[in-house]
Unconditional design. Structure first.
Length: 256
């Protein structure tokens, strides 16, 4: 009997999934959802390992001019915008990554980057950029550390490589005419593929997991689309993470 993969997370959202960030050390994934109709931004937290929904579409006090910066050490970091006319950020708001409770906020600083020693932030009260280092848990400033020696804290997210053509034995598994580039990723015995096909004049974006030249999992990511969509999935540790119709987050554990 052929192996079957099942989703451990299959979470729909009311608005569009705008941004996805992870805190891989704590197996947390954060989602920014924007709802044009309600003119609001909501933030959600899920546990990659257990599939647990920690909180769903939490809307902060500032409902629209707010966005997702990322997550570290079990904390979700948000930023504001200077105005609705600019992408420039202002302020840092720290929320508990499992409860959504606000831990601290600083409205004079803006997050520059995550480092292995803390948050590198810029003081917005000065015309020339002045950088400071902050503690993630408290928001307090850290001193005695050379900012020039800080190493970035980069999340270990793996993205697929792009191919122009699939080998013939794999192309034979796909119904429809393959259009555009093909995203591929090898994980242990699995080959993960996402691609677009033309089928009866309709453009579709699909995802396949192949093992031993057999499709053991597939999903329709987008249908009735007018143009090719960006890369459809990422790998976080042993988890295949992808979006369906830009409104549903789906996660598969490839070591289940």
């Amino acid at each position: 009997m052929a192996k079957q993969l099942t989703t451990i997370i299959n979470q729909p959202f009311v608005g569009l999934i705008w941004k996805l960030e992870t805190d891989t050390e704590n197996d947390l994934i954060y989602i920014e959802i924007r709802n044009e109709k309600e003119h609001s931004a909501g933030f959600s937290s899920l546990n990659l390992k257990t599939g647990k929904l920690n909180f769903l579409e939490l809307v902060p006090e500032e409902k629209w001019l707010v966005g997702l910066s990322g997550g570290r050490k079990g904390i979700l970091f948000l930023h504001g915008y200077l105005s609705d006319q600019t992408p420039e950020h202002k302020a840092i708001i720290a929320l508990d990554g499992t409860t959504g409770k606000q831990l601290w906020a600083n409205y004079n600083l803006s997050l520059e980057t995550f480092t292995e020693k803390g948050l590198l932030a810029a003081d917005q009260r000065f015309q020339s950029k002045r950088l400071v280092l902050m503690d993630e848990q408290t928001g307090n400033l850290k001193t005695g550390i050379n900012l020039d020696d800080l190493a970035d804290d980069v999340q270990p997210i793996q993205i697929p490589q792009m191919l122009l053509l699939l080998p013939q034995n794999l192309s034979a598994l796909i119904t429809g005419t393959i259009t555009g580039g093909i995203s591929c990723f090898n994980y242990n015995t699995y080959l993960i593929i996402s691609l677009h096909t033309q089928n009866h004049g309709e453009l579709l974006q699909q995802l396949f997991v192949v093992e031993n030249e057999a499709i053991i999992y597939q999903d329709l990511l987008n249908e009735q689309i007018q143009k090719l969509q960006p890369e459809a999935f990422v790998m976080i540790k042993n988890y295949l993470v992808y979006l369906k119709n830009k409104t549903v987050l789906k996660v598969l554990n490839l070591e289940q």
